[in-house]
Write a protein that binds this ligand. Structure first.
Ligand code: DLL
Length: 432
């Protein structure tokens, strides 16, 4: 059940001490070796020796995605280039991708943290993992891959795409664990069903899904359809990749962040002050042990809340809520703020709809409009037109009532919206 029991259950006092020692070491390394950070520290008039406790973290500078872009590709390395053994990059929808370097020890730590995450999800060395996260510069494929090997389970390095073939492989190789994005899990389920494969009979007991936002309602839908326990895995390439945090199978609620390696804060994105536990804010992460490309107070843009209460699983590492949205994903429709995941929640709950949807934003006469296209399920589609119209009205009313925005609803035929092999593209912003 544990991979690294001593560290996973370290009393919080000891965990804090360990974090502080590691933070001191990190700050020294970064100040000596990364000109960008040295300049930032000097600007703010802070020196590594000014760090007396974890509370002093607040005097250190933040790091933003733009800082990584400005130093593209290798400008933030804290080690000589020849000590870097691997490079990953995040695709990024706008601008240049962000590049991340790993030392030999970084990739080892990553595999161990990923193994820890798998163990927390209930995976054991007896399991076989069908890994449909993409292999390549994206961290999902290789990140999960080395974690599975590290823990001694069997990896099926499938990668994304070729969904029909994947469905066959599910049947042939008999995996017990599925790893991919939640949207791809649903796609795989549909394609398998078309080939006459009943997912719930495959013997897959656990799905470890992440890399894109998904709602609680989506989780229930996936669990019901695929007949497995769906657990949330969190990570980002700038910090490491998958395995920064993992929801445990015991509580099945909230993501444990591996705090001996990552120091987290949750801040108000505007004032940049810490928000109280339970309140939603932006997750900020400091990498305590990364050698090649450590980051201080990295602003993830992911919105979460802290759940500091102890967990039934015995792990002492704090939990965060599922990712509620990204601050840069928030839609502002005529002054009302909504997150795509809130819309998703309402759609998935509505009978007759599928979890396949797209949000289309337009600007008409200086007014922002939102159109929601959502696929209906097959039984409903053959239904009378007036039923469909009634359903559209019902969704529209719910969205107005619960989220305060007016949306145009367009029900579309099953299988008409594009499926993604990795991260789903839910938003089409046509405003510019
Ligand atoms: O998506 C790493 C990863 C791979 C995580 C496989 C989990 C599984 P990036 O491509 O750099 O890295 O994208 C990171 O994806 O800042 C979040 O906005 C989002 N994200 C990651 N995990 C989750 C999750 C990988 N469980 C960005 N729920 C992050 C919601 C997630 N969003």
């Amino acid at each position: 059940m544990f991979y690294d029991e001593e560290y996973e259950t370290l009393p919080r006092e000891d965990l804090k001490k360990l974090q502080f020692t590691r933070l001191q070491d990190l700050v020294q390394r970064i100040y000596n070796n990364v000109p960008f950070y040295r300049a930032r520290f000097d600007e703010l008039n802070v020196k590594p020796e000014n760090l007396h406790s974890l509370a002093d973290l607040k005097h250190l500078p933040f790091t933003e995605k733009q800082d990584l872009r400005n130093h593209f590709p290798y400008g933030l390395l804290a080690l000589p280039r020849e000590n870097v053994v691997r490079i990953h990059a995040s695709s990024g929808t706008t601008g240049k991708s962000t590049v991340v370097g790993y030392s030999r020890r970084d990739v080892k730590n990553w595999a161990r943290l990923m193994a820890r995450s798998l163990a927390a999800a209930g995976v054991t060395p007896r399991d076989t993992v069908h890994n449909a996260y993409g292999y390549g510069l994206f961290t999902g494929g290789l990140g999960v891959h080395y974690g599975v090997e590290e823990m001694g389970a069997t990896i099926l390095p499938i990668s994304g795409g070729g969904t029909k073939r994947q469905a066959m492989l599910l049947k042939d190789f008999g995996p017990t664990v599925l790893t991919c994005t939640p949207s791809y899990a649903l796609h795989l389920y549909e394609v398998a069903r078309e080939s006459g494969i009943r997912f719930e009979e495959l013997g897959i007991h656990t799905g470890i899904f992440g890399a894109e936002p998904w709602s609680d309602e989506m989780r229930l839908d996936i669990e019901a359809k695929l007949g497995l326990k769906a657990l949330n895995i969190y990570g980002l390439s700038e910090i490491m990749g998958p395995g920064v945090g993992q929801e445990c199978a015991v509580a099945h609620e909230g993501i444990h962040i591996w705090e001996d390696h990552f120091l987290i804060e949750i801040i108000d994105p505007i004032s940049r002050e810490n928000v109280p536990p339970g309140e939603t804010g932006e997750l900020v992460i400091t990498t305590l042990t990364k050698e090649a490309q450590p980051l201080i107070r990295y602003r993830t843009r992911d919105l979460v809340s802290l759940r500091p209460e102890p967990c039934a699983c015995g792990r002492t590492h704090t939990r965060i809520s599922r990712i509620l949205g990204r601050s840069d994903d928030m839609l502002i429709i005529r002054g009302v703020n909504v997150f795509p995941s809130q819309i998703e929640g309402l759609l998935v709950e509505t009978e007759g709809l599928t979890p396949h949807y797209q949000l289309i934003l337009r600007r008409e006469k200086a007014m922002d409009t939102l159109e929601i296209q959502v696929e209906v399920d097959e039984c409903l589609f053959s239904d009378e037109i007036k039923h469909l119209q009634r359903l559209e009205q019902k969704i529209k009313k719910n969205i107005k009532e619960f989220l305060g925005v007016t949306a145009m609803i367009k029900l579309v035929e099953p299988q008409t919206l594009a499926r993604s092999e990795g991260k789903a593209q839910r938003i089409r912003d046509l405003r510019n």
